[in-house]
Design a protein around this ligand. Sequence first.
Ligand code: HEM
Length: 418
Amino acid sequence: MRCPHLPDGFDFTDPDLLQARVPHPEFALMRQTAPVWWCAQPANISGFGDEGYWAVTRHADVKYVSTHPELFSSNTNTAVIRFNETISRDQIEVQKLIMLNMDPPEHTRVRQIVQRGFTPRAVRSLEQALRARARSIVETAHTGAAAGADGSFDFVTDIAVELPLQAIAELIGVPQEDRSKIFDWSNKMAAYDDPEYAITEEVGAEAAMEIVAYAMNLAAARKECPAQDIVSQLVAAEGEGNLSSDEFGFFVILLAVAGNETTRNAISHGMHAFLTHPEQWELYKRERPGTTAEEIVRWATPVVSFQRTATQDLELGGQRIRKGERVGLFYSSANNDPEVFDAPEVFDITRDPNPHLGFGGGGPHFCLGKSLAVMEIDLIFNAIADVLPDLRLLEDPRRLRSAWLNGIKQLQVSTPLG
Ligand code: HEM
């Protein structure tokens, strides 16, 4: 069924439409008139396939689908990561090794194991190192800007990129000398959607492969000679309560996708929001509210949408959905649903409560790295407020062409000299 109010051929997953910040008027219209809407046209989105899908745009419906894995399966198609043929397995089979694409009981088993690396204690143990990292990243950007003629720099490359990568490297114990390789692979993997980067799908797939191979080797080495790190804990002796080297390899690739680009874009969007809402920046510098990171994630919603597949014929939002049909969860729309948020169009770092779905709709796949992400966002903005309190926006951000990620690839800013 087509929404009668939308223009013919309108596809709101078109990357061009995602260039601007949500809420789009289209999402608002969808929530009001066709909150579960059949999009017949190919979605242009990795994993959405060519057969059409149901677009779910209301907060309550996104939550419902997320929390009913028995009705809406994640199997094989929540996130599609492309690998090249050297992985020598069927692409579909490979996707099943990524936990985001698993259903219970397999997902439950893997999640219980990897959760050990993300306990509040495990995350807190990274805080000191990451605080120092955040500070040095911002200080280096400051020094670089001060050395230039006009104090200008690109916030994305000089500040937002590095902390999320360092956090993952720290978490899994990647030695310092190998980090630049991992960073390079992650960037290639994430960028190939955007033609401007001139990175082909093959180069992206090759990079994904390199990460898996690197992580498998790391796992094998730790199995032989355990260290005081999370890898050693997760792979220790293979068996019921541990990951195989293979499983570990695919877990790390997921971290490189799920934990890296998402947090980077939350940080870039957060800075852009502060620069365009100076009263919120003044408030932040004065009070550093603990609610800030959550509002940044709601506002930015770095993951625009993920999807599920109906496991049986069922009804949702007044629509009949058939077994096997795909369902797209539009977090961007849910996070601007006025049924749940007062004045969702307002960026308010003191917003509380803030039941946004930026980290997922609360089901078994809810973001594993949420507390790490929140900590990273807090650490970097604290450092910016201390070291670069008077940043200015030089031009509008350049946005990433990607259908699932709300990304900023360049944000030119400047700091006063002298
Ligand atoms: C899953 C968002 C940071 C690791 C997810 C999901 C979303 C999400 C929307 C899917 C939830 C669902 O399907 O119900 C974000 C955002 C982040 C962020 C917006 C930053 C602002 C991180 C970080 C890590 C991480 C830092 C780890 C280093 C994961 C993993 C999953 C996941 C492993 C899959 C969980 C599962 O399938 O059980 N994230 N994420 N994320 N995230 Fe995050």
